[in-house]
Design a protein around this ligand. Structure first.
Ligand SMILES: [Zn+2]
Length: 508
C-alpha cells in the first residue's frame, strides 16, 4: 500500500498548469519525514515574481533552470503550492509567520510604507523566535518591497538591503557577493544558522545582463506555446490601451510591424511582443538560475548544503499575458501558484519526490519547524495557520489566497479571496458577488455557482470560517508615510493605488 501511495504521489508533470478534475480522488498526502536530533541550519531562498510554468523542472519547453532542475532531482517538489497573495511583502510575511495576510496584517506592499510589521504574540516572525532560541539569523534581500521601513527585518541580526538605484533593486550576482562575503566571515561560528536570500531578477522590466539578454529567440515552438496558453494579444492591447507606462514596464523595442504607425513610438501588444517579453523573462530566469547554482555551491563549500533544510519558493507568479494581464497582484492561478521545493538534510534519508497535494505557503514554516525540537518556540508553533505537510497525516484539502489591498486596475475592485479545493476555485467578495469555478471544466472564467449551489455553500462556509479565524486588527495607516519607499514602489510599477498593472490612464 505504501509503495502504491508513493507511486500515486509521483504525479506526472503537467507543465501547463492543468488542474485535476474537481471530482477526482485527492492526491495522496506527501510522505512522512522524520525528525532531526538537533536544530539544523535553515536556508530560505525566495524567488520573486516567478512563473512556475517557465521553470524547466515544472515542465517548460525551454531548459531555463538547469541548476534548479538538479536541486529538484534531490528534493521534494510541490506541484500545487499556493501563495497567500500575489504581492511581495504580504507573501514573504506569510512564509515567516505561517499566517495568511488577513492574519499577519500586511495586506499590501504599500501598507509597508506606513504601518511597519511588528513581531508580537499571535503574529510572531519565525526569525525573531529562532534568534531568541539560539539561531544566528541573516537575511539578504534584493528589492524595496522588503526594505527596512516595512518591519520585515524584525528578528534578523544581519539584514542586508542596499539601495543601488532609485528603484532599489539589485541583481542576483550582487546579492550573492554580499551573501558569500558574509558566509566567509560567519558560517563557521557556533550556533545553527537561519539564512534567507531573496532574488528579484524575474520581476519586470526583465532586462537581464549579457549573454542572458539574447539567450532566447522567438520561434514557432514558442508562438505555439503562447497560443496554447490562450494568450490574446488583441485583448491585451485593449486592456492596456490607455496605459503607456505599464506598457513601458513590460514591452521593449518591438519590430517595426508591431508599432502603431499612427502614434510614433507607441508600444503595441502583439503575439511577437508577448514572445519578446517572454524571451527576456526567460533570460532573467536563466541568469537567476545560474546565480542560484552559485549559492548552492557556496552552501556546499561551507558544509551547509547537505545538513540544512533548504527551501526554494516563489513569492508569487507573473501573468506574462495570460488572463489578459502582464504583471501580478491578481488572484488568478498563474499569479498565485508558485514553485516550492524542499531539500531535507541527508540524515533524514528522504527520497526525492514530486507531490501533487495542494499546499499553502502558510505551511512552509510549520513544515520546517516540525523537523526538530526547538525549546521555547511554543508561541510560534501555536500561532501557525499552516500545517506540517510532512507529518504523514496531512489531509487539509483547501488553501486560501487573497487579492492585494493595492487594487490592480484590472476592472475589479474591493477585497477578494479565493479558496482552492480539489479543482474548485471559490471567489469570495465581501463587498460583491461570490463566484465558483471548475478548473477542470471551463477554467477560471466560467462561473458555475448557479450549477453547483451545494459546492458553493460548502466552500463559502469554509472561506468565512478561515477569514474569521484570528484576523489581524489592522491599525489605520499613520499620518507619516515613507515617501521614498512609495517612490521606489512606483518605480517598480506599483503605481498610485496600483499593483503591477496599468496605471494612470494616459493618452500617449
Ligand atoms: Zn514579489
Amino acid at each position: 500500500m505504501r509503495a502504491l501511495a508513493l507511486l500515486l504521489a509521483l504525479a506526472p508533470l503537467t507543465g501547463c498548469g492543468d488542474e485535476p478534475p474537481a471530482q477526482a480522488p485527492r492526491a495522496p498526502a506527501p510522505p512522512a519525514a522524520g525528525q532531526l536530533a538537533a536544530p539544523p541550519p535553515i536556508v530560505l531562498i525566495t524567488l520573486d515574481t516567478i512563473r512556475r510554468e517557465h521553470l524547466s523542472c515544472y515542465g517548460y519547453f525551454r531548459a531555463t533552470t538547469p541548476r534548479l532542475d538538479a536541486f529538484a532531482a534531490e528534493s521534494l517538489v510541490f506541484e500545487r503550492a499556493l501563495a497567500s497573495m500575489a504581492s511581495t511583502l504580504p507573501s514573504h510575511l506569510t512564509l515567516l509567520t505561517g499566517l495568511y495576510p488577513h492574519q499577519h496584517g500586511m495586506t499590501s506592499n504599500r501598507r509597508g510604507a506606513s504601518v511597519p510589521f511588528t513581531s508580537e504574540v499571535g503574529r510572531l516572525s519565525a526569525a525573531a523566535v529562532l534568534a531568541q532560541c539560539g539561531y544566528r539569523t541573516a537575511a539578504f534581500v534584493s528589492a524595496s518591497p522588503l526594505s527596512l521601513t516595512t518591519g520585515i527585518q524584525t528578528g534578523f541580526q544581519h539584514y542586508s538591503y542596499r539601495e543601488r538605484s532609485a528603484a532599489a533593486r539589485q541583481r542576483a550576482g550582487d546579492t550573492n557577493a554580499l551573501v558569500f562575503e558574509w558566509l566567509e566571515r560567519h558560517a563557521a561560528e557556533p550556533g545553527p544558522l537561519f539564512l534567507w536570500v531573496h532574488y528579484f531578477d524575474t520581476h519586470e522590466p526583465n532586462e537581464p545582463p549579457p549573454p542572458y539578454d539574447t539567450r532566447y529567440q522567438t520561434d514557432e515552438r514558442q508562438r505555439q506555446w503562447i497560443r496554447e496558453r490562450g494568450i490574446d494579444p488583441a485583448a491585451l492591447e485593449q486592456r492596456y490601451s490607455r496605459s503607456s507606462s505599464a506598457r513601458r514596464h513590460f514591452l521593449r523595442n518591438p519590430p517595426e510591424a508591431a508599432r502603431d504607425e499612427g502614434k510614433s513610438g507607441k508600444l503595441r501588444v502583439t503575439l511577437d511582443s508577448v514572445a519578446e517579453l517572454m524571451n527576456r523573462y526567460d533570460g532573467s530566469l536563466s541568469y537567476l538560475d545560474e546565480n542560484l547554482g552559485a549559492l548552492f555551491d557556496a552552501l556546499r563549500r561551507h558544509g551547509l548544503y547537505h545538513e540544512a533544510l533548504i527551501v526554494v519558493v516563489g513569492d508569487h507568479g507573473q501573468s506574462l499575458g495570460e488572463n489578459t494581464w502582464l504583471g501580478h497582484g491578481t488572484i488568478t492561478n498563474v499569479n498565485t501558484f508558485v514553485p516550492l521545493l524542499l531539500r531535507l538534510p541527508d540524515s533524514l534519508a528522504m527520497a526525492p519526490q514530486r507531490s501533487a497535494t495542494l499546499v499553502s505557503l502558510t505551511d512552509v514554516m510549520p513544515t520546517l519547524l516540525a523537523r526538530f525540537e526547538l525549546p521555547n518556540s511554543e508561541l510560534l508553533s501555536g500561532q501557525f495557520e499552516g500545517e506540517d505537510v510532512l507529518s504523514g497525516a496531512f489531509a487539509r484539502d483547501f488553501a486560501l489566497t487573497e487579492r492585494t489591498a493595492d487594487a490592480p486596475k484590472d476592472g475589479e475592485s474591493g477585497r477578494q479571496f479565493a479558496l482552492l479545493s480539489g479543482a474548485w476555485k471559490y471567489i469570495h467578495r465581501p463587498e460583491g458577488q461570490d463566484e465558483l469555478y471548475d478548473l477542470a471544466a471551463g477554467g477560471e472564467f466560467v462561473d458555475v455557482l448557479a450549477q453547483h449551489p451545494e459546492v458553493g455553500a460548502r466552500l463559502r462556509a469554509e472561506t468565512l470560517t478561515l477569514l474569521a479565524r484570528r484576523p489581524a486588527l489592522l491599525e489605520e495607516a499613520r499620518g507619516e508615510v515613507d515617501a521614498r519607499l512609495i517612490e521606489q514602489l512606483e518605480d517598480l510599477g506599483y503605481g498610485g493605488g496600483d499593483d503591477e498593472g496599468p496605471d494612470e490612464p494616459s493618452d500617449d
